[in-house]
Design a protein around this ligand. Structure first.
Ligand code: SIN
Length: 342
């Protein structure tokens, strides 16, 4: 672990996981032909000025392209966040992360940690080797968010904007300002090292009962995402059911259907989903629309994920399967997720 500004009273711990923010290309002009997760987090912090009275520590938890994010890495990250947050002199944790699955990691960490101190994920759209990288400014802004009085919960900072873990979504392939919070809007803007708050910080209940179960789990329930679209079919769902009926190892326990509009499904996919549900697979519908929520209708035969995106609904369903909560609690859990995105 690297450390600077020793002797200060409060610390921000920066956990490196890879991503474009740690990416390197062979030419400084190249913003797309790079390898993610090459530059160590201690190196990323060199030259990043910190607010007065704050010391930075760095720890490399992983060095990956976040498209390859895994449950094992999420477990390690949750453990390291919990460890550092429990240190009295630590004001908050910053996580450097790839943009591609940042919203999933943010949602996961908020669900299992719900921390009373801030965990701030940050990233970059240009590699560290770029002529004009965006990572250093994002890191500065993330540190500013982490030391803001009253900060709590898991948030993401990119392009001067703070997003809540439940709402944040990557919405652009190239722009530096690649994230959005949908109808909910951002939590705050970072202006010259200070936050202009627009909304409340995320909920902070402290480590949830899920934490021990999640970090101790040897595997993560398999939950697949399937998209409803023109000409959709039920064959993949039926194959998942067949695997389960045959007792295949690691058979799917859950399916998230990325549904059209207000949670509708192609009739062939819907029929297969009902067969899957009858066979004991947990099935949830999440809208594939970028904004808004599914408004439940009387008589809906398949549960809906409210405002959760399909990738976040997948995490929610996997956590539910892992926690094996009573059905009534499960239902309430999904309703409580209504604030996300919409
Ligand atoms: C990644 O997600 O690790 C690569 C892409 C990025 O960070 O923008």
């Amino acid at each position: 672990m690297g450390e600077n500004n020793r002797g200060s009273t409060r610390r921000v711990v920066v956990l490196g996981t890879g991503g474009t923010i740690a990416g390197r290309a062979s030419r400084a002009e190249d913003n797309i032909g790079y390898t993610a997760g090459e530059v160590g987090v201690a190196e990323l912090l060199q030259g990043v000025d910190v607010p007065a009275g704050i010391a930075l520590s760095a720890e490399q938890v992983a060095q990956v392209d976040s498209k390859d994010m895994s449950f094992a890495l999420w477990q390690a990250l949750a453990r390291r966040c919990a460890h550092w947050l429990s240190e009295p002199d630590v004001a908050g944790v910053v996580v450097t992360h790839g943009t591609d699955t940042l919203e999933e990691t943010a949602y996961f960490l908020q669900s299992v940690l719900s921390p009373a101190k801030p965990v701030v994920l940050t990233c970059a759209m240009r590699p560290a080797s770029a002529l004009m990288p965006d990572g250093p400014q994002n890191l500065r802004d993330a540190i500013a968010a982490a030391v803001t009085p009253g900060a709590r919960g898991v948030v993401a900072v990119c392009a001067g904007t703070v997003h809540g873990a439940r709402e944040v979504q990557k919405v652009h392939t190239y722009r530096l300002d690649a994230f959005d919070s949908g109808d909910a809007g951002p939590l705050a803007y970072v202006e010259e090292g200070a936050l202009r708050m627009l909304r409340e910080w995320p909920q902070a209940c402290g480590a949830t009962p899920l934490f021990e179960r999640v970090v101790g789990a040897v595997s993560w329930p398999r939950v697949e995402i399937l998209l409803s679209h023109a000409e959709a079919r039920g064959a993949i769902v039926d194959a998942l059911v067949a695997e389960r009926v045959q007792g295949a190892p690691d058979a799917a326990e859950g399916i998230v259907l990325a549904a059209t509009g207000n949670g509708t499904l192609h009739h062939a996919l819907e029929a297969a989903a009902l067969r899957a549900q009858a066979a004991g697979i947990a099935v949830v519908r999440a809208t594939r629309c970028a904004q808004g929520r599914i408004l439940a209708k009387p008589g809906d035969a398949l549960r809906d994920a409210g405002a959760l995106t399909p990738v976040k609904a997948r995490i929610e369903l996997a956590l539910e399967l892992l926690s094996a909560a009573a059905p009534a609690q499960r239902e309430q859990g999904w309703r409580d997720r209504g604030a996300s995105k919409g």
